[in-house]
Write a protein that binds this ligand. Structure first.
Ligand SMILES: Cc1cc2nc3c(=O)[nH]c(=O)nc-3n(C[C@H](O)[C@H](O)[C@H](O)COP(=O)(O)O)c2cc1C
Length: 477
């Protein structure tokens, strides 16, 4: 049977997709994108009205490198779409009303007026504009490298980029015009100084430009000049000092952005909090070294982002959100957000705002549609009226390792209808588990109950989803 998600992953996500152009009564490209970005429940909306002839024409128009996407088969098995509904995604962040929580992160996706304007027109609620500094920025070529998963999608992304290459006056003028022309959108200036005078100058100029808040970039890991970026963000003393300085000089909210390149973020975040920070953004990129991105034969340690860093970001967010001392701190979550579910994970850990960079670099501003409609569909399914009800709802479930239940276990179960007899569960259990699966010439795996410890490695490696789970039971002695 067709696996819809796997088929959707094959889609090249073309610009101005020929399949949709060939389909007069629907938008197959939009439907496939919805499936790709975890919106299976509503993807059928864009197939409604399509005739089999439309879809045949769309398949013939499909650009591909092996075979066209099986649009007719996808349309035939998609669930009936849930009716469109729009529960409120409006939320305040640091006292600023936002139409929804999804913002562009300060980066390559927002370096000039036209880019941010296009992003706002696409539906993004706000921008943390590319970091402005007073120093000359000289970038390298190439600047990027990516680790890819099957199908070519990025699992992680390394960048060597520093800050805005525009003169500061150009950037402040852009911010001013953005705020003037898009008064309902939220514009945050990200700044980075090298001295306390720099920080104050930049913050004051940002406020004068009319922005809603200022983000303090204490976290870029690949600055050419010392005493900037993550050099600052690793020192609670410097963070206290500079946050307090900026706070004394502007009235708009001040949001330090944290580096993940330290053992504990809480100490530095607390320094910012006690210095008067209104919120914290986390995370910036993780220091890394990948094989590519070679500059005239040399490589340097630089920032890693994208899907692979999301668990690291969630860890830091959870630690800050659970710290009772910083109870009123507002959090903006960043790191590997690609789908609405990724955003939801951050929101449920206490973030009132989330930022996206790598996924936009890979797929474009258009993904905001899927972020917004997916979160709305989720709220509808849960019967919730507002996204605010989700903020922090998962925090009580995050506990210390010592507080996890160690007295019960859950056996895996095998769905014989789905099992194709590949033996991957057997191999992993034998070589990385407890030798609790038997597998013979008949190619039928069996769980050996007396050996199984319920680790669930078998479930994680099963390619067909045939491994389910039984009821939780007390452990045998
Ligand atoms: C190409 C690139 C440029 C970036 N530039 C900046 C920057 O100027 N200021 C900043 O605070 N963070 C910068 N970042 C970090 C991102 O804002 C973000 O914190 C990080 O990439 C994690 O989010 P992601 O996984 O959605 O990309 C940059 C990231 C990338 C990939």
């Amino acid at each position: 049977m067709l696996n819809i998600q796997e088929e959707a992953v094959r889609c090249l996500l073309c610009e101005n997709a020929p399949c949709s152009a060939a389909c007069p009564h629907g938008d197959p490209a939009r439907a496939v994108r919805a499936i790709r970005f975890d919106n299976l429940a509503i993807a059928g909306r864009w197939f409604a009205g399509c005739t089999p002839e439309d879809l045949e024409r769309a398949e013939q128009a499909c650009l591909h490198y092996d075979r066209p996407i099986r649009l007719r088969e996808i349309a035939a098995v998609l669930p009936v779409p849930s009716p469109a509904s729009s529960p409120s995604l409006a939320i305040d962040f640091c006292g600023i009303p936002c139409e929804h929580p999804f913002f562009l992160a300060s980066s390559a996706v927002c370096t000039n007026y036209e880019m941010v304007s296009a992003a706002f027109e696409s539906g993004w609620a706000g921008v943390f504009y590319k970091t402005i500094c007073l120093q000359e920025i000289r970038e390298v070529s190439p600047r990027f490298d990516a680790l890819k998963r099957t199908g070519g999608a990025f699992s992680g992304f390394r960048n060597m980029e520093q800050l805005s290459e525009n003169p500061p006056e150009t950037d402040f003028d852009i911010l001013h015009r953005l705020k003037e022309n898009y008064p309902t959108k939220v514009v945050v200036a990200s700044i980075m100084g090298q001295s306390e005078e720099d920080w104050i100058t930049l913050a004051r100029r940002a406020e004068a430009a009319g922005v809603d808040a200022v983000e303090l970039n204490f976290s870029c890991p690949q600055m050419r000049l010392a005493g900037m970026g993550s050099d600052v963000g690793q020192s609670p003393e410097l963070v206290t000092f500079l946050t307090a300085f900026v706070k004394q000089n502007v009235k708009i909210p001040v949001i330090p952005k944290m580096t993940p390149n330290l053992a504990s973020m809480t100490q530095v975040a607390m320094a910012a909090y006690f210095a008067g920070a209104d919120g914290i953004s986390a995370i910036n990129t993780v220091k890394s070294l990948t094989p590519g991105g070679v500059v005239s034969g040399k490589r340097a340690i630089s920032g890693f982002s994208g899907r692979a860093v999301k668990p690291i970001a969630l860890r830091f967010i959870a630690e800050m959100a659970k710290n009772p001392v910083m109870k009123n701190l507002q959090l903006s979550g960043i790191g590997g957000i690609e789908t609405w579910r990724d955003g939801l994970d951050f929101i449920r850990l206490g973030c009132r705002n989330v930022q996206v960079c790598t996924a936009v670099m890979e797929y474009g501003y258009r993904i905001v549609d899927d972020l917004v409609s997916g979160l709305q569909a989720y709220l509808t399914e849960r019967g919730l009226a507002s996204v605010v009800e989700l903020v922090g709802e998962d925090l009580d479930n995050i506990v210390r390792p010592a507080d996890l239940d160690r007295d019960t276990m859950v056996f895996p179960t095998i769905d014989r209808a789905r099992c194709i007899g590949c033996g991957r569960c057997y191999v992993s259990c034998r070589d990385g588990g407890h030798q609790a699966i038997s597998f013979g010439d008949d190619r039928v795996p069996h769980i050996i109950g007396t050996r199984c410890v319920g680790c669930h490695l078998c479930r994680l490696v099963c390619p067909t989803g045939a491994m389910g789970e039984a009821r939780r039971i007390p452990k045998r002695n």
